[in-house]
Design a protein around this ligand. Structure first.
Ligand code: COA
Length: 538
């Protein structure tokens, strides 16, 4: 494999301006992440101390092996929703290492409204379970939750992908043979009581942990019986009398220690074998990505410059380099793992779509994971291209992306518009993980384009009815809100708040994030099913 030769001049004004703009975006991201971790009310902190409980982050520090990475999933979920304080949707989720074993953890943050579950909390819980199932990762639940956030109960309870699906999934995960271990670290009320009940093993903290279907206030209201939380569902009740819990812990730290010991008893994971190479950092500094990515999405840049700062030794074997040049495809290694990379260098034409289809099939046949670097405005449009069959060639690519069986990973490094989002493995196409850079934008189309389409439709309607087209002032009035809403809702923060992705990442850490994702993914067989495709329209 040859090293990619960079064409970047790191002393140019353009590079320096880009660098400053991206650095500011990354600093904003770090501020948001810091707020999500630390902004808790003094009252909530005092309540936690009174209850002799640790914070969710302190629990994780004790649970996870020292000096190992923690790949947090969607820490900015529910950002700007509810009262803008339900950080991470009230849950911390991520992939970490316990006793040398990769696991995924799902932990309530009881400093946010008693750890109650908001609609986005359900969505995040389901995403956590999906990651566990796809990648065969043992799941550790640290429960400390008052159950459903009652003012929003209708958005949490009744539908197929609402709260009930969490417990349904627990049964399915159990049947798949994926271990589920639960720590009971606070009150587990109502729905939250089913999480320990549906787990394989339960560690119950004396004094602060309790499990019950109805808490003391509900029992009093319904039956007139007066009972304390501990009498109703404390550690003694469930470890000695009911058998709901399996181990009694003295406190939070002891609970984490017992969970670690349980993980040690699990049979070793069966990692899929890939033809690994000795890992090595890229030849070019990943920080240079800041200066490479233009300030505006409308300015094109060569995706090879990004690939050169993600892959081992910056080495890349480019596939069909001279054909379908608006898509760069090729072979490389990331942290020693072999990967096939597809990165956009413009809109997708018939030739680039066909190239993608062939390349995806090759990776699939060889059992090589796929990486999609999305910076795409869509497939080419117009008379010439329709006649050339862009729709059927785009279809081939979408077909191949949908049903290839190797793990797929997507990073949105710029635009993610239209069917380009689909062909380049957007969320609906089942990437194991999907990350956004802070500059990324997502939508059916850009705001200006969407507004122009709406004006054209309106004018055609008026002309059909024998009227004059819209005057300029009205055009402006119609366009402005469409552009504003597309910009707001196409923003990376809006996406991550809605859990359309697994998080916004610092572009300079892309290689490390992908390395962790690939490492997690090989806990499952490399192929999710037999190699094979549906009908390709010719
Ligand atoms: N829905 C909405 N908000 C809830 C809630 C629920 N189910 N349970 C608690 N809260 C809110 C409280 O109103 C309080 O809000 P505030 O900070 O704005 O005042 C916050 O969560 C913390 O509650 P608090 O009771 O002060 O904290 P705690 O640590 O002593 O107890 C709980 C936390 C969750 C154990 C306790 O509040 C409780 O038992 N709640 C009722 C649980 C229940 O019956 N759920 C049924 C769901 S189906």
């Amino acid at each position: 494999m040859d090293r990619i030769e960079t064409g970047i001049d790191t002393t140019s004004l353009e590079y320096r301006e880009n660098f400053t703009a991206m650095k500011e975006k990354v600093e904003d991201l770090k501020r948001e992440l810091d707020r999500a971790i630390n902004d808790r009310s003094p009252r909530a902190r005092a309540r936690l101390a009174e209850q002799n409980k640790l914070t969710v982050r302190q629990r994780l520090d004790l649970l996870l092996d020292k000096n190992t990475p923690f790949l947090e999933i969607s820490p900015l979920a529910a950002k700007d929703m509810y009262d803008s304080k339900v950080y991470g949707a009230g849950i911390v989720t991520g992939i970490g290492v316990v006793e040398g074993r990769e696991i995924i953890v799902h932990a309530n943050d009881s400093m946010i409204k008693g750890g109650t579950i908001y609609p986005m909390g359900v969505k995040k819980g389901l995403r956590t379970q999906a990651i566990a199932m796809e990648n065969r990762l043992p799941l550790i639940y640290l429960v400390d939750s008052g159950g459903a956030y009652l003012p929003l109960q209708s958005e949490i309870f009744p539908d197929a992908d609402d709260g009930g699906r969490i417990f349904y999934n627990q049964a399915v995960i159990s049947k798949m043979g994926i271990p589920q271990i639960c720590g009971v670290l606070g009150l587990c009320t109502a729905g939250a009581a089913y999480i320990p009940a549906m787990s394989d093993e339960v560690v119950h903290v004396k004094g602060s942990g309790a499990i019950f279907l109805g808490g003391p206030p509900l029992v009093l209201a319904a039956t007139g019986e007066e009972v304390t939380a501990d009498e109703l569902g404390g550690a003694d009740v469930h470890c000695r009398l009911s058998g709901v819990s399996d181990y009694m812990a003295e406190d939070d730290a002891h609970c984490m220690e017992i969970i670690r010991q349980i993980v040690k008893t699990l049979p070793p994971g069966n990692k899929s074998l890939l033809p690994l190479r000795e890992p090595a950092p890229p030849h070019y500094d990943p920080m240079e990505i800041y200066g490479i990515v233009p300030k505006s999405l409308s300015i094109p840049y060569d995706v090879r410059e990004v690939i050169a700062r993600i892959v081992d030794r910056s080495e890349f074997l480019e596939f069909k380099a001279l054909y379908g040049q608006t898509l760069v495809c090729g072979w490389a290694y990331i942290h020693g793992y072999p990967v096939g990379i597809l990165g956009n260098n413009g809109v997708l034409f018939s030739d680039s779509s066909l190239k993608a289809t062939q390349f995806i099939q090759l990776c699939d046949r060889r059992g090589i994971p796929l990486i999609f670097l999305q910076n795409i405005n869509g497939y080419i449009i117009g008379k010439e291209y329709e006649r050339g069959g862009i729709t059927k060639d785009g279809h081939k690519m979408v077909n191949a992306v949908s049903t290839c069986t190797v793990p797929k990973f997507t990073v949105m490094i710029g635009a993610s518009f239209g069917a380009g989002n689909y062909g380049m493995c957007g969320r609906a196409y089942g990437p194991r993980f999907l990350w956004m850079w802070p500059n990324a934008q997502i939508g059916v189309m850009g705001g200006e384009q969407a507004a122009n389409v709406m004006i054209t439709v309106k004018n055609n309607q008026l002309i059909r009815e024998g009227e004059e087209p819209l005057p300029d002032e009205l055009v402006r009035q119609i366009k402005e809100p469409i552009i504003a809403s597309a910009e707001r809702e196409g923003n990376a923060y809006y996406s991550t708040s809605n859990l359309w992705d697994d998080g916004i990442i610092d572009p300079a850490s892309t290689r490390d994030v992908l390395g962790l994702c690939i490492s997690a993914s090989v806990n499952a067989p490399i192929r999710s099913g037999p190699y094979g495709y549906g009908t390709f329209r010719m």
